[in-house]
Write a protein of this length. Structure first.
Length: 166
């Protein structure tokens, strides 16, 4: 079976799935002191609202864990700052919080985010993307998604053709 051609959107979805899978894994507990006394039985009126309820989805499937491990390995191909940004966005961090945490404007963070997603897609498709600038990666993403950039349509088409010949 031939693997589908990876796109930045597919990479984004896989990273979001990896973040969700990591959240669903059981918590790591450190063994320490414990009590052999039975727990205190409280009446409803004593216990109501005492602790927030902890509702968790079921554990992830083995396939989801394998895909999570694979997706987390992709982050090693990036600069550490870009990898942290990709993981923060996969973990649903709002742009405003990310701007404060990384100390950059939303537009700059978006360029880093899109460029990193596009770079991972290029690597997964078997090409070497190290020669491409961040702006070239962003423009390829814009051409693939049909969003407007500062270039004319003929320049966008030539960039896409260049990407296909890599």
């Amino acid at each position: 079976m031939v693997d589908p051609r990876w796109t930045a959107t597919m990479v984004e979805e896989r990273l979001e799935e990896a973040s969700d899978t990591l959240r669903r894994l059981p918590e790591h507990r450190i063994q320490g002191f414990f009590s052999t006394w039975p727990p205190i039985v409280r009446e409803f009126w004593e216990a109501f609202g005492r602790e927030a309820p902890r509702i968790r989805r079921g554990p992830p499937s083995p396939g989801a864990i394998t895909r999570m491990d694979e997706a987390m390995a992709w982050l090693g191909w990036l600069e550490p700052e870009d990898a942290k940004l990709l993981w923060a966005r996969a973990d649903r961090m709002p742009w405003k919080v990310a701007c404060h945490r990384f100390g950059k404007s939303r537009a700059a963070l978006w360029r880093h985010w899109v460029g990193s997603l596009q770079l991972i897609a290029i690597f997964l498709n078997g090409h070497s993307g190290r020669k491409l600038s961040r702006m070239a990666l962003v423009e390829m993403w814009q051409a693939a998604n049909g969003t407007a950039s500062g270039h004319g349509p003929s320049e966008q088409a030539s960039e896409v053709e260049t990407m296909e010949t890599l």
